[in-house]
Design a protein around this ligand. Structure first.
Ligand code: AMP
Ligand code: MG
Length: 421
């Protein structure tokens, strides 16, 4: 770990780290886990592909009809107008016609059925008059090869189908099945251990004593980690006691690729997370130039990556989305990409002091004129969890911004890009 950034929380004179700098340092530092596993296609849903997939077949494997109609030889179109052809058989999807179509002949053909030898063009049945075993049609405007799907039109033998790092969604399962792949190598799931710290935290189901609040971070983290497709262990609430915090860290580092805690990373008198981490691991305490979420601890505990999130519930969620989620994605083998951020028109003024990037919570919607519009969720305190629940996006106000007036364009980051359902 870089010593120049160490302990910057304890030294308020130290420069704040920008969100981009913090995210880049984190991404540079975290490893991609090494282990893969072989899974049946269905079990691989939402997992991360760990091998390139090359097609062993053409898709479609044979030329076939895109319409229900008649397969003809295009050269017959120049014989007469209207043109008359004899029907000599039928090609069904899955049951091909085995003969050859010769001059003056055609066959009845269904969508997806093999194009017979000799035929090269399909007439839609709506453009044809049928009389017994004959058809008659106007040949003007019939194009050679129309309504035929060629072998390999979608994917050719030897062509790359998917690259490693792709998350296998419904389309990818279908695509892999279409090239006959039934088993696939994926990264194993990342293992995360997490716990909350704080003597004031009560578990739900017990009445609150004086000075207590319910532990909400463990539930929000449960949701965030579930949506990120991760194996996790919830180690509960750890009291603000040096020995208890130390034991929890050892236990967590033993079982996980990534250890996540909330609370105790500020400079309060009962914040044992920071000093325990200095004793057991390689840790940086960063003051991030962001709001909410200023203190963030990041480093290593044995072989595990460690994040100490702030205790305030909104700060914990914002820092998870902005720093932990990119790290989780990289560690789990996912191809990295830029976050989805775009401009929307502000429906109300937004207050902000210059200095730190703010992640205000907003409601994004389409306005009557078809453009995107965003409105604030109201109270923006880092303890106001309701602001996250009402929101469907972050409003990103850059460090130098002094707020926004009504009608001004601001940057938004929709929650759906951050794995929310
Ligand atoms: P800390 O980071 O430990 O100084 O906590 C900052 C604020 O977040 C305090 O008001 C804590 O009570 C609150 N807090 C800490 N952990 C949690 C939690 N797990 N759930 C809800 N609030 C918490
Ligand atoms: Mg605390």
């Amino acid at each position: 770990m870089n010593d120049t950034t160490k302990d910057c929380c304890a030294d308020p004179s130290q420069k704040l780290l920008s969100v981009e700098q913090g995210r880049q340092r984190i991404l540079d530092a975290v490893p991609v886990i090494a282990d893969h596993e072989q899974l049946h296609l269905r079990a691989a849903l939402n997992r991360v592909l760990a091998e390139p997939v090359v097609s062993a077949i053409d898709v479609p494997p044979f030329a076939n009809s895109a319409m229900d109609g008649y397969a003809i030889r295009h050269e017959d179109c120049s014989t007469a107008s209207p043109c008359t052809l004899n029907i000599i058989g039928t090609s069904f999807a899955g049951t091909p016609f085995t003969g050859e179509v010769k001059a003056g002949q055609c066959i009845r053909i269904m969508t997806g059925a093999v194009m017979p030898d000799g035929a090269d063009t399909v007439l839609m049945q709506e453009t044809v008059e049928r009389d017994g075993e004959k058809i008659q049609f106007d040949p003007a405007g019939v194009k050679a090869g129309q309504h035929v799907r060629y072998a390999g039109e979608d994917t050719r033998t030897g062509q790359s189908v998917l690259e490693p790092g792709k998350v296998l969604g419904p389309a990818e399962l279908g695509l892999l099945a279409s090239v006959g792949v039934g088993e696939i190598r994926v990264w194993r799931r990342l293992r995360v251990a997490f716990f909350s710290t704080g003597d004031e935290l009560a578990s739900i189901g017990t009445p609150l004593q004086a000075g207590q609040i319910y532990d909400s971070n463990r539930y929000a983290l449960y949701g965030l980690l579930s949506n990120a497709g991760i194996d996790f262990h919830d180690l509960g609430v750890i009291p603000d006691q040096r020995e208890a915090v130390r034991d929890a860290f050892r236990q967590a580092a033993d079982m996980a690729d990534l250890v996540l805690t909330s609370g105790g990373v500020s400079v309060g008198e009962a914040d044992f997370v920071t000093e325990t981490l200095e004793e057991l691991g390689e840790i940086n305490f960063w003051r991030m130039a962001m709001k909410p979420g200023k203190p963030l601890a990041f480093g290593k505990l044995d072989d595990a990556v460690f994040f100490g999130l702030p205790g305030n519930p909104v700060s914990a969620m914002v820092t998870f989305y902005q720093f932990v989620l990119p790290a989780i994605r990289k560690m789990g083998g996912i191809q990295m990409r830029e976050p989805l951020v775009f401009e929307a028109r502000c429906a109300n003024p937004l207050k902000k002091a210059p200095g730190r990037t703010e992640f205000q919570r907003g409601v994004l919607q389409h306005s009557m004129d078809g453009s995107w519009q965003v409105s604030t969720t109201g109270l923006q305190g880092s303890h106001v969890l309701r602001s996250m629940s009402l929101a469907n996006c972050f409003i990103l106000l850059p460090a130098e911004s002094t707020g926004a007036s009504e009608g001004e364009n601001v940057l938004v980051q929709p929650f759906c890009d951050l794995g929310e359902q």
